[in-house]
Design a protein around this ligand. Structure first.
Ligand code: FNR
Length: 182
């Protein structure tokens, strides 16, 4: 099973990127996770929508080829970061997200764990017709206290929680496949 991760932060020391790396490493026996690069995507522009630069075509190709998308996002000003909205705009008006399962997680040094950003992202995924893992909301608050200096997630409660959510994600994903093949 091939999953791509779209991380809503392009900073080098991003906690959300670290979270994506944690998921990639810890669950490598269950699925492969490719973390996509959204840094090189230009601003979405209808004037170049049908003839975009290669960073866009490559990004779309990778999403189209994935079995599922993992969204890993911070919250900016109570919503999703602009870079993430821009990446999503490049995925709209094409069929790449139609019917493709999604799963959202998010991390912030704040206490509310990206609740508002995730609520908004859910609405956006509805517009893209991407079915979302029900329940299993993953809000990683106080994230700066949960990674060590080597970028490893050291909060055991969070790690165990991820174990159960990943399990639920895989069960749900397989159910989706069965429904779609009927
Ligand atoms: C933030 N941050 C933030 N945090 C939060 O929980 N709710 C919010 O609304 C905001 N708003 C916000 C706006 C802007 C412009 C910045 C730069 C930051 C803090 C944010 O969660 C923090 O910087 C994270 O570390 C960003 O995620 P990465 O880059 O570590 O993945």
């Amino acid at each position: 099973m091939k999953v791509v991760a779209i991380v809503g932060s392009i900073r080098k020391e991003s906690y959300n990127l670290k979270l994506a790396h944690f998921i990639q490493k810890r669950y490598q026996g269950k699925f492969t996770l490719e973390i996509l690069n959204i840094r090189e995507l230009p601003f979405f522009d209808e004037d170049i929508e049908n003839n975009p630069p290669s960073a866009v075509t490559e990004f779309k190709r990778k999403v189209a080829g994935a079995d599922a998308v993992l969204w890993v996002t911070p919250e900016y000003n109570g919503t999703i970061p602009g870079v993430l909205g821009n990446a999503i705009d490049w995925l709209s008006r094409v069929e790449v997200m139609f019917g493709k399962p999604s799963w959202i997680v998010g991390a912030t040094p704040g206490f509310l764990g990206t609740v508002k950003a995730q609520l908004h992202l859910r609405e956006i995924l509805f517009s893209l017709s991407s079915p979302l893992l029900p329940g299993n909301e993953v809000y990683v608050g106080a994230v700066h206290q949960k990674f060590n200096d080597d970028g490893e997630l050291i909060d055991e409660v969070t790690v165990k929680f991820f174990d159960s959510v990943v399990n639920n994600f895989l069960v749900w994903f397989n159910q989706q496949q069965r429904v779609n093949s009927k």
